[in-house]
Design a protein around this ligand. Structure first.
Ligand SMILES: NC(=O)c1ccc[n+]([C@@H]2O[C@H](COP(=O)([O-])OP(=O)(O)OC[C@H]3O[C@@H](n4cnc5c(N)ncnc54)[C@H](OP(=O)(O)O)[C@@H]3O)[C@@H](O)[C@H]2O)c1
Length: 315
């Protein structure tokens, strides 16, 4: 990418999109194109075609999509399936038709089988049944990864790059209790306990399952790295994780420290735990030279500080 390349960040108001804008800005890219959801509904193929025809983006970060936690996935599976497939399809078609140089697409770690060996490798995709609660979303993401491969193969290009980040977190995450992912939900709950001056809080599960998180800016850096090294990538997807997993208990303690909650944390073992461990094997992408920069402690502090500064009014 040249500093003057026309770069479209789709979904720039989201967690990853904000991080992409921030990193692209810091690195001096000057022609970054954005459209809000209201300005351009990416599920509308005709509208997306018109946008690509007019704007001719050369590089596309497809960080738009319908995302959410377990409750949202269970309540709106059809929306998760349709919206994500329609966005991918519209953008891939237009990017191919108007010759965008590169498109980065994001899969998800829930594409891997529910009982996947850990750490999860790229080749584990489609080797077993997926977790039922996120199946519709995971199938849509799998379609996107296969679409990248199919377009590249049919048109003999390296236009479509598929990255599979593990759970992301950072400023601008969704902190709504009904729709948030695990870490943002933890931060919100601990913050509420803190400002209400509660002496104890009960969190779901045993606290024992282990999870891997990637700071949103590290995912943005990985995406730019993928664009810059596209010629070295093979026509397959690449995992991008931090390489370190933590128990939910450790996460809660770190988040409590970040948010200033000093009360006791108890575990409600009557609530389900989910998979024991979920960590990606990112060796394939790491072998190209990318490294995450922000460890969980630093990233959580940045995220908690951002939440306290920006979201206090919501509560
Ligand atoms: N967050 C994670 O842990 C994670 C992990 C792996 C992969 N991913 C993938 O990475 C991508 C970005 O995730 P994220 O967490 O940044 O998501 P996010 O915070 O939910 O942001 C999604 C963005 O997409 C926009 N959007 C949704 N539907 C749209 C539509 N029909 N037309 C136009 N824009 C639309 C949203 O705008 P509005 O809010 O205005 O609708 C928002 O800007 C997604 O594809 C996600 O599946 C995320």
């Amino acid at each position: 990418m040249r500093k003057s390349s026309r770069i479209y960040v789709a979904g720039h108001t989201g967690l990853l999109g904000r991080a992409l804008l921030s990193v692209l800005g810091e690195r001096g890219y000057t022609e970054v194109i954005t459209r809000t959801h209201a300005e351009l509904d990416l599920t509308d193929g005709l509208a997306v075609d018109g946008f690509f025809k007019r704007e001719r983006p050369e590089y596309v970060f497809l960080s738009a999509g319908l995302t959410g936690g377990i409750v949202a996935n269970l309540t709106y599976p059809a929306a998760f399936l349709h919206t994500n497939i329609a966005i991918q399809d519209s953008v891939f078609q237009a990017a191919q038709k108007y010759n965008a140089e590169r498109v980065v697409f994001y899969g998800s770690s829930c594409m891997y089988p529910r009982d996947c060996p850990q750490p999860m490798k790229e080749e584990h995709m489609l080797t077993g049944a997926m977790e039922k609660t996120s199946e519709a979303y995971a199938i849509a993401k799998t379609v996107g990864v296969i679409a990248c491969r199919a377009y590249n193969a049919q048109y003999k290009t390296k236009r479509f790059l598929a990255l599979v980040p593990n759970s992301l977190y950072g400023p601008y995450d969704n902190f709504e209790l009904e729709t948030s992912h695990v870490l943002a939900g933890l931060i919100r709950r601990l913050y509420e306990a803190h400002i209400e001056g509660r002496e104890r809080i009960a969190l779901w599960g045993s606290g024992m399952p282990r999870r891997e998180f990637l700071f949103s800016k590290d995912a943005a850096e990985a995406s730019i790295f993928a664009m810059e090294n596209a010629d070295r990538l093979e026509n397959t997807h690449y995992n991008i994780g931090s390489g370190a997993d933590y128990s939910i208990k450790e996460l809660a303690e770190m988040a409590a420290w970040g948010i200033g909650y000093a009360g006791a944390i108890e575990w409600d073992r009557t609530r389900p735990d989910g998979a024991e461990r979920k960590i990606l094997d990112s060796a394939r992408f790491l072998s190209l030279g990318w490294r995450p920069k922000v460890n969980l402690e630093e990233g959580l502090k940045i995220t908690c500080d951002w939440f306290v500064k920006n979201k206090v009014k919501m509560i």
